[in-house]
Design a protein around this ligand. Structure first.
Ligand code: UDP
Ligand code: MG
Length: 171
C-alpha cells in the first residue's frame, strides 16, 4: 500500500552538515519526495508533535518531553514528506531504533551515532539521534498535516507505477 510518511532531520543532522548524505539514503531506496522545508519549530508545534500526537510524556515521562523539546529547538530542522510502498515501516527500518547504541549498523542512527540512554541521562546530554520518522499510519497522517499545509505537498506519480505487470514493451 502506498503511504506518506514524515521525516525530520533533527538539529544535530543540520549542524553536522550531513543533510545531503541522509537525504540521499531515502532517494536511493526510491522513496518519492513530495514536500521539503527548513524550519525552526516553536515549542507549541513540538508539543503537538511529541505529546498530542506522539504521547512522549505519557510513554517516557514529562522530563524527557522537556529535554527533547529543548534539543529540537536548538537549531533549524529539515522536514520532508516522502511516499512509497509501506513507506512508514521502510523509513523506520532505515532510521533504526531510538537509542543509537542499540541501532544496528546500516541504519542512520547506527551509522552516524552511538550514544546510549545511560550516558545521556547521567551526563545531562541530549539524545542526538539525527532523524525523526513517523511510527504508525495514524501518527504519519497527523504529523504530515501538522508540518505541512495541503498546498505544500506535491502528489506527483511514483516511478514504481511504470513497472506494473503486463505493461507492454514500447518496441
Ligand atoms: N527521547 C529521549 N530520551 C528517551 C526517549 C526518547 O531523548 O529516553 C527522545 C529521542 O530524541 C527520541 C524522541 O524523544 O527520538 C521521541 O521518542 P520516541 O520514543 O517516539 O522514539 P522515536 O520514535 O524517535 O524512535
Ligand atoms: Mg516516535
Amino acid at each position: 500500500m502506498l503511504q506518506k510518511t514524515l521525516i525530520v532531520l533533527k538539529p544535530d543532522a543540520v549542524k553536522r552538515n550531513i543533510v545531503g548524505e541522509l537525504i540521499s539514503r531515502f532517494e536511493k531506496v526510491g522513496l518519492h519526495l513530495q514536500a521539503m522545508k527548513m524550519i525552526q519549530p516553536t515549542e507549541e508545534h513540538l508539543y503537538d508533535h511529541y505529546e498530542t500526537i506522539g504521547q512522549l510524556a505519557s510513554r517516557r515521562g514529562e522530563e524527557i518531553l522537556k529535554i527533547n523539546t529543548d534539543f529540537m529547538r536548538s537549531g533549524p530542522v529539515i522536514a520532508m514528506v516522502r511516499e512509497g510502498v509501506e513507506a512508514i515501516e521502510v523509513v523506520r527500518k532505515m532510521v533504526g531504533s531510538t537509542e543509537p547504541k542499540s541501532a544496528l549498523p546500516g541504519t542512520i542512527r547506527g551509522d552516524y551515532s552511538h550514544l546510549s540512554f545511560g550516558y545521556t541521562d547521567k551526563n545531562n546530554a541530549w539524545l542526538t539521534n539525527l532523524v525523526h520518522a513517523s511510527a504508525t499510519p495514524e501518527e504519519a497522517e497527523k504529523e504530515v498535516s501538522l508540518w505541512f499545509a495541503q498546498a505544500e505537498i506535491y502528489d506527483h506519480e511514483m516511478e514504481a507505477h511504470q513497472f506494473k505487470r503486463g505493461h507492454k514493451k514500447s518496441h
